[in-house]
Design a protein around this ligand. Structure first.
Ligand code: DON
Length: 323
């Protein structure tokens, strides 16, 4: 199947997806373990695509800011890799966990070295890597700067109400961080590391901003408008591999099966999907399925990728089959 790159055709596809999502009755449930997220209106859906050439295609509530939650783990992984390169893998693994994102059980078996940087335990370690040698406020500013620089947009912000709500109810994350610390895999204090982690998860932006932000991952780490790079091509390849294998937690296999592009989900209902060399896509709908991934944003990506022929497993054939 030929891949679709044309903005007008893509606009038609996302318009029809957004229209269909408005009418969906079954919408999943909001993440009520973070009280501030439980107040978000379920009847919202947005989608945005930023193509490699910079063209933007949006539909639905693409301008409404939402809490990016675990999608922020891609940002701290980017910063942590730039900071300590391959030595990061001594402190966090790169295998899918097959367990829920906030699972504690595996951490004990594996002596405080989390399975991958996208489960909560692994993201707490990468937040600690970013934090080391600076104050929590400076680390949060560094993460926000990365968002703003990559998205080319200074309006991206930390939602302080969500951050407060997470800090008040983050008992499981505290348990994870304490255990990692007991195994000597944190360099900073538990409270400082969590103060960065809770605030990175509370960064808010719209689908349009998120799709702009993700474009460096579609462009091999490069910022298109300048010669600047956010991260090397080699490291971008690693991040995308982890998004494909671990980005949707214990639903990552199903994601690859259904959708087939690297993606990162968040309990705010957002998903960032990357089609390498082609596009960055953000979809958002606050209701989650039983694995903590947005029910309708997943369905929307499934529809889009299928109609656009964008799955990495749908290759164009480059040689003749005759002879
Ligand atoms: O720490 C937490 O549980 C949340 N701040 C982030 C979890 C999350 O987004 C998992 N994603 N599906």
């Amino acid at each position: 199947m030929a891949r679709v790159y044309d903005a007008q055709t893509l606009q038609g596809i996302v318009d029809s997806i957004a229209e269909r999502m408005v009418g969906e009755v079954e919408r999943g449930v909001v993440a009520n373990y973070i009280p501030e997220l439980a107040t978000v209106n379920l009847n919202q859906f947005g989608i945005a695509i930023v193509l490699a050439n910079g063209e933007v295609i949006c539909a639905g509530d693409a301008e409404v800011p939402f809490s990016i939650q675990s999608i922020s783990k891609v940002l701290t992984l980017t910063l942590a890799l730039e900071r300590c390169g391959a030595t990061l893998w001594q402190r966090v693994g790169r295998e899918p966990s097959g367990d829920p994102f906030n699972s504690i059980i595996q951490l004990e078996y594996e002596k405080g070295v989390p399975r991958n940087p996208f489960i909560n335990a692994g993201a707490i370690v990468t937040a600690d890597v970013v934090l080391e040698g600076q104050k929590p406020d400076q680390a949060v500013d560094q993460i926000l700067d990365l968002c703003r620089r990559a998205a080319g947009d200074d309006d991206i912000f930390v939602d302080q109400n969500v951050a407060k709500s997470e800090a008040q109810t983050g008992h499981r994350n505290r348990a994870l961080a304490q255990f990692i610390s007991a195994e000597n895999n944190l360099r900073c204090t538990v409270e400082d590391t969590l103060s960065v982690y809770f605030r990175q998860c509370s960064i808010a932006m719209s689908c349009r901003q998120l799709a702009h932000l993700g474009r460096y991952l579609a462009l091999g780490g490069q910022l298109a408008e300048t010669d600047d790079a956010i991260i090397t091509q080699e490291r971008t390849r690693r991040i995308l591999a982890l998004m494909m294998t671990c980005g949707a937690y214990d639903a990552s296999g199903d994601f690859a099966f259904r959708i087939g592009i690297p993606a990162k989900t968040g309990v705010g209902g957002g998903i960032l999907g990357i089609v390498p060399g082609v596009a960055s896509v953000a979809a958002w709908c606050p209701g989650l399925d039983n694995k903590g991934n947005s029910l309708l944003a997943t369905r929307a990506l499934d529809d889009l990728v299928r109609q656009a022929g964008w799955s990495l497993f749908t290759g164009d054939v480059h040689f003749s089959l005759e002879e």
